[in-house]
Design a protein around this ligand. Structure first.
Ligand code: C2E
Ligand code: CA
Ligand code: CA
Ligand code: CA
Length: 279
């Protein structure tokens, strides 16, 4: 048993070292990715349940790795947050989204708002507000065409500093959304203290609506909370007609998920909107 214990320990450390090497390699590749144009944004439509129109899309980053193929964000975003590379990625995302909005002028996408994801680490970056302002200015885009999605944790981590940053972003005219709403450990007090425009109900609640009674109750409560606060509410991860019907019934403003559309490259989104395929 002792022998086996030592072997498995060895196996464990080797596994850790291997993982560490792979992480370092991936982070190195990531710096190349930025230089070599391997990153792109996919766009997932958000359906306005009141009008049936698509007014906004969420930008989701994609990495086309030359050898490993498509690397999902769940694999490289956490890594980039640790290494600090996330700042370069964030800057790239902001610019790419603003440039896309500019390119959409005169196309069926010209009315769209883009919601980008930022991580808490990026909020700590003192240059963030300037990056946002400058990118909008360079592209000639009105700030209200941009929305920033942040998780609850990002809002409340380093609360004083972040409150200040978020207020400055909001003052620019950029909309603020709380991502994955309902799964964090924060109090609701920050809804009062932060200038929030949108609540995004976490997919884990939507997934088992309407089968699971509790999830339905929570979803309805969040929708009603948003109505009473006078802010927008969106459900993510909508995959079935039943979920969509439930959300319409309780007057959720927006829905996003595979039922409506998968995230797709800009060109594909333009074609789909032009052909009226999404509404
Ligand atoms: P998120 O912000 O919660 O994004 C929603 C995720 O759910 C996306 O995964 C999306 O493709 C997926 N999704 C959309 N509809 C459905 C559905 O109906 N069913 C299911 N099962 N999934 C659905 P993705 O693109 O792999 O992104 C994962 C996470 O990576 C995001 O979660 C976000 O936290 C992060 N991320 C993505 N892009 C960026 C970025 O540009 N910057 C930062 N900092 N993080 C990003
Ligand atoms: Ca998001
Ligand atoms: Ca989510
Ligand atoms: Ca998330």
């Amino acid at each position: 048993a002792k022998e086996q214990g030592r072997n498995s320990y060895q196996f464990y450390t080797e596994g850790m070292q291997e993982r560490e090497v792979m992480r370092l390699q991936l982070d190195k590749d990531l710096s190349q990715a930025l230089a070599n144009n391997e990153l792109s944004l996919y766009y997932q439509p958000q359906l306005n349940l009141e009008t049936g129109a698509i007014d906004s899309v969420e930008a989701l980053i994609r990495w086309h790795h030359p050898r490993r193929g498509l690397v999902p964000p769940a694999e490289f975003i956490p890594l980039a947050e640790e290494s600090g590379r996330i700042r370069d990625i964030g800057r790239w995302v902001i610019q790419a989204a603003c440039n896309q909005l500019a390119q959409w002028r005169g196309t069926p996408c010209e009315h769209l708002r883009i919601a980008i994801n930022l991580s808490g680490r990026e909020l700590e970056n003192e240059d963030l507000v300037d990056d946002l302002r400058q990118s909008l200015l360079n592209a000639g885009i009105a700030p209200n065409r941009l929305e920033v999605e942040l998780t609850e944790e990002s809002y409340i981590r380093n609360i004083e500093h972040n409150h200040n940053q978020l207020a400055r972003i909001h003052d620019l005219g950029i909309h603020l959304a709380i991502d994955d709403f309902g799964v964090g450990y924060s109090s609701l007090g920050y809804l009062r203290d932060f200038p929030v425009d949108v609540l995004k109900i976490d997919r884990s609640f939507i997934t088992d609506v309407p089968q699971r009674h509790e999830s339905g109750i929570i979803t309805r409560a969040v929708i009603s909370l948003a109505h009473n606060l006078g802010i927008r509410v969106i459900a993510e991860g909508v995959e079935t007609e039943e979920q969509l019907a439930f959300l319409k019934r309780y007057r959720c403003h927006l829905a996003q998920g595979y039922l409506i559309s998968r995230p797709m490259p800009a060109a594909e989104l333009e074609r789909a909107l032009a052909a009226g395929l999404l509404v």
